[in-house]
Design a protein around this ligand. Sequence first.
Ligand SMILES: [Zn+2]
Length: 308
Amino acid sequence: MGYERGVQELGDGCVAWLQPDGSWGWSNAGLIVGDGVSLLVDTLFDLRLTGEMLEGLARYTAVAPIGTLVNTHANGDHCYGNQLVQGAEIVASEAAKEEMGEVPPSMMAALNSAEGELGELFRGFFGDFQFDGIEMALPTRTFTGRLDLEVGGKPVELLEVGPAHTKGDVLVHSPTDRTVFTGDILFIGGTPIVWAGPLDNWVAACDLLLGLDVDHVVPGHGPVTDKAGVAEVRDYLTFVQREATTRHDAGMDPWEAARDIALGEYRGWLDYGRLAVNVEAVYRDLDGARKGTGVVELFKRMAALEED
Ligand SMILES: [Zn+2]
């Protein structure tokens, strides 16, 4: 299956919106089309990209307007475009809604236009996006655990699996379409990033995905996949957990450990420097009281790992 920008149809009445190459900020979204109404899974990182997507989806939404928008989690590349989906109920986990306040678009705009080394660092990751003028539209309905919706005759299951990638990750499962939208529980062809953890929760989310009766698995970043793609992400997470734990027990600090781990085949994945953040997550889990490393320092480390 190709990996092109825009619509990829997944059978009748279910669509993925893809943004190659899936690196920083280049996220996917999706549309579950029911009888006379549809459900949008996620918006994109800025208003321009989200507007283009809504135009690209108009051929479906003209007859089945978006009644519900689900944000799979709090990262801006999945919710900063919310304000353009007018009149829809916006659903997220309670934890995701809380986390949405932590990194407002104005903070990203300020970092992207900062002078000196800091601005240069952030533009290296997020310079393609326009964060000015975004008014964050927050979820209007929240839940914990599980929420069952109906979209024009189709059942849709929202399954909370966080904290894992973030504090409130949610999977969106459409049994009728044999499809699941995973948000950032899956990065395909790119490296997962564990902002929250613990990794055990994320591995459990992969196991839940492996147990679903689905044909199409739409990741938060990267091309549409199937259960083989889920298994690869699960393998990466258990690899990081094992390698980081060994080095923790040997007395290395997390940054030493991240530089010491040989990634092997995973060095071929996009953004492999995210290992620095993932090792940090393992250490946080092992040492409950550990003071975390600041986010600017973490971005520096990710960039440094990929320079070696
Ligand atoms: Zn994302």
